[in-house]
Design a protein around this ligand. Structure first.
Ligand SMILES: [Zn+2]
Length: 343
């Protein structure tokens, strides 16, 4: 292309080939300016478009990488949350197992309380529900042919059967219900145990002040309570106590906690001790060789209070032992139930 500048018009000459004729276009001068201006505008628009496109591409690339980063973060967060959910689900299962173990322990404690009452001789009516529930829990466990419960081992197996989310939610609800029920059962058990503790303490106190102990080591009864032939006069007479055969200077024990209300000696009873217990009960120990306590002493059940002898109206070493209720001699035999702790 060749521009031929003239005052008013421009000639555009096109030479296609050496053997072909030249083509000439005459265009107005103004038109050339307008064309040049249009080309400049187009060029400018192209440059601006290119710059904007390049900027957009850069932004898109930055957004893309940002999106990729965010996506990775979300993936990591989702993965972490999945793991957390799995861990929580496993914890729900563990809690469920713990609830079952606690149920067993609570049943065992109920049984323990029931046994405690039974041992202490306390009315077991109040533990009826505990015994019933204990028996039902043991019935749940399968027994073998001998009726024995199977022993536990460490083997675990079975086909894979993944728990669904609904299963876990249901298990969680059941576990919560189990813990709620256990909570009220434990509270009830606490109340019952407190009452049982008090009853056992009362029973122990009553036992301490009731003359249930044998007063001699030998436990040989040579004469029972009631009518007999008097060993001196050989005439029918009433024997108001029990005679225990023993060697001289064998220990004589207080048969219950109490207070020594008298010690003395006379021709019939010999050296003798009277101990007051409670509920109008007194015990009387006669024919002692030696008295080891003083009037006013507090004595404990099973403590040594004197030595066997044959003082007073006696044919040989023995202990005449009497139990008095409101001043009346009663048969001591029904009271003689307990052994000393050191026996
Ligand atoms: Zn006697």
């Amino acid at each position: 292309m060749k521009l031929n500048w003239k005052p008013k018009k421009l000639t555009l000459v096109i030479i296609p080939d050496a053997n072909q004729s030249v083509v000439r276009f005459r265009i107005p001068h103004l038109f050339a300016y307008i064309a040049a201006a249009c080309l400049s505008v187009l060029l400018l628009i192209s440059i601006i478009t290119y710059v904007m496109h390049a900027s957009t591409l850069k932004k898109a690339s930055a957004l893309q990488s940002k999106l990729t980063g965010a996506n990775q973060q979300w993936s990591a967060a989702l993965n972490s949350k999945d793991k957390a959910i799995e861990q929580l689900q496993n914890e729900v299962i563990q809690l469920s197992q713990q609830a079952e173990q606690m149920k067993t322990q609570v049943e065992e404690m109920k049984k323990f309380e029931s046994d405690l009452k039974s041992i202490a001789g306390i009315d077991a009516n109040t533990t009826g529900t505990a015994v019933a529930s204990t028996s039902s829990s043991t019935q749940d466990k399968p027994a073998d042919a001998d009726g024995k419960l199977p022993t536990l081992d460490s083997g675990i197996g079975g086909s894979p059967n993944p728990a669904s989310q609904e299963d876990i939610i249901k298990l969680g609800e059941q576990t919560l219900a189990s813990f709620t029920a256990l909570n009220s059962e434990v509270k009830e058990l606490q109340t019952n145990l407190t009452a049982t503790k008090q009853k056992v303490a009362d029973k122990q106190q009553l036992l301490r002040i009731t003359p249930t102990l044998w007063p001699t080591t030998t436990k040989v009864v040579t004469s029972t309570f009631g009518y007999r032939t008097d060993p001196f006069t050989h005439r029918p007479s009433f024997h108001s106590g029990i005679d225990f055969g023993a060697r001289e200077n064998d220990p004589v024990y207080a048969t219950a906690d109490g207070k020594v209300v008298s010690t003395g000696s006379d021709m019939f009873h010999g050296n003798n001790i009277v101990i007051e217990h409670s509920k109008g009960l007194r015990t009387w120990y006669m024919h002692l060789n030696k008295i080891l306590v003083n009037k006013g002493d507090s004595v404990e059940k099973g403590s040594s209070i004197g030595l066997v002898g044959s003082t007073g109206r006696s044919t040989g070493p023995h202990l005449h032992y009497e139990v008095l209720k409101n001043g009346e001699s009663i048969d001591p035999k029904p009271y003689l139930k307990a052994n000393r702790k050191d026996e």
